[in-house]
Design a protein around this ligand. Structure first.
Ligand code: HEC
Ligand code: HEC
Length: 221
C-alpha cells in the first residue's frame, strides 16, 4: 500500500513539474490538512514500525526533491535550502505555510499540494535523519563579526549551535544565498515570507550585519 503510494507520488510530482499552475487543491481539503498531519506525525512517533515504513516512503520522495535540494538534502545550490538535519516540526510547519499560501513560492506550493500526509511525514523523517555536509567559511574575519551578532540575539531561539530544537529551525550550515534572501524577506516585510517572531528580530539588522551573520551561520557545522 505504502509502496504504491510512493510510486503514485513520483508520477504526480513529475506531472506537477509541467502542470503546476492548475494544481490548486479545494479550500476544504487545505483547511483539514493541519489536523491530519499532526495526528499522523504523533502516530509515527509512537510506532517504530510505522515510522520505518514512512521513512522508506520519504526516501523515495526525496529522490524527486534531490534535483534541487541535493542528494540526502544537502543542497549544492547556494540559493536552495538544505533540508538535511532540519527539525521535523519546523518542516511540517513550512509545508503547511506553502500549502495555505502564507509562504509564497509557486513551485514549492504546487509540489507540497501534490503530496499526501504520509509522503510529507515520510519526507520529514528522512531529512531529519540526514547529515548536513559542512562548508567552512571563506571569510573568517567576517564570520567572527557574525558570531558576535549571533551570540547576542539569534542563539536565544536557534541555540548556541544553531541547530534549533523540536519547533525552531536549524540554521547551522544553511546555504548562504538562501540565508541572505530569507533574512532580507523577513526584515523588509515582503509578504513572500512573514513571521511575527523573525520580523522583529531582523528589523534592527543592517545589510552589513546580515552579511556577517550569513558568513558565520552558513559555516556552522
Ligand atoms: C525545482 C527546484 C525544487 C524542487 C524539485 C523541490 N524544491 Fe523545495 N524548495 C525550492 C526552493 C527554491 C526553496 C526556497 C523557497 C523560498 O523560500 O523562496 C524550497 C524550499 C523548500 C522547503 C522549505 C525549507 C526551509 O528551510 O524553510 C521545504 C520543506 C521544501 N522545499 C521541500 C521540498 C520537497 C519535500 C521536495 C520534493 C518533494 C522539494 N522541496 C522539491 C526548490 C525546489
Ligand atoms: C525569538 C525567537 C527567535 C530569534 C531570537 C531568532 N529566530 Fe530565527 N526563527 C525563529 C522562528 C520561530 C522561525 C520560523 C519562522 C517561519 O516559520 O518562517 C525562524 C526562522 C529563521 C530562519 C529561516 C530558516 C529556514 O530554513 O528558512 C532563519 C534563516 C533564521 N530564523 C535566522 C535567524 C537569525 C540570523 C537570528 C538572529 C539575528 C534569528 N533567526 C533570531 C525564531 C527566532
Amino acid at each position: 500500500m505504502i509502496k504504491r503510494t510512493a510510486l503514485a507520488l513520483t508520477t504526480t510530482l513529475m506531472a506537477a513539474l509541467v502542470t503546476l499552475p492548475t494544481m490548486a487543491q479545494p479550500a476544504k481539503a487545505r483547511a483539514t490538512a493541519k489536523v491530519d498531519l499532526d495526528a499522523r506525525f504523533s502516530e509515527a512517533q509512537s510506532s517504530p514500525k510505522l515510522a520505518e515504513d514512512l521513512y522508506k516512503v520519504g526516501r523515495k520522495v526525496a529522490a524527486v526533491c534531490a534535483n534541487c535540494h541535493g542528494e540526502g538534502g544537502t543542497s549544492t545550490k547556494p540559493s536552495i535550502p538544505n533540508l538535511a538535519g532540519q527539525n521535523p516540526a519546523y518542516l511540517l510547519e513550512q509545508m503547511r505555510q506553502f500549502a495555505d499560501g502564507r509562504r509564497r513560492n509557486e513551485f514549492m506550493e504546487g509540489m507540497i499540494r501534490a503530496m499526501d500526509s504520509d509522503e510529507k511525514i515520510g519526507m520529514v523523517l528522512f531529512y531529519a535523519a540526514q547529515q548536513v555536509a559542512h562548508q567552512p567559511t571563506a571569510n573568517p574575519a567576517l564570520a567572527a563579526k557574525g558570531q558576535e551578532y549571533f551570540e547576542k540575539t539569534c542563539f536565544r531561539c536557534h541555540g548556541t549551535s544553531g541547530r534549533g530544537n523540536a519547533q525552531i529551525a536549524r540554521i547551522a550550515g544553511q546555504q548562504p544565498d538562501y540565508l541572505r534572501l530569507t533574512l532580507h524577506r523577513y526584515r523588509d516585510g515582503t509578504g513572500v515570507r512573514a513571521n511575527s517572531i523573525m520580523t522583529p528580530n531582523t528589523k534592527l539588522m543592517s545589510d552589513a550585519d546580515i552579511e556577517a551573520v550569513v558568513a558565520y551561520v552558513s559555516s556552522m557545522p
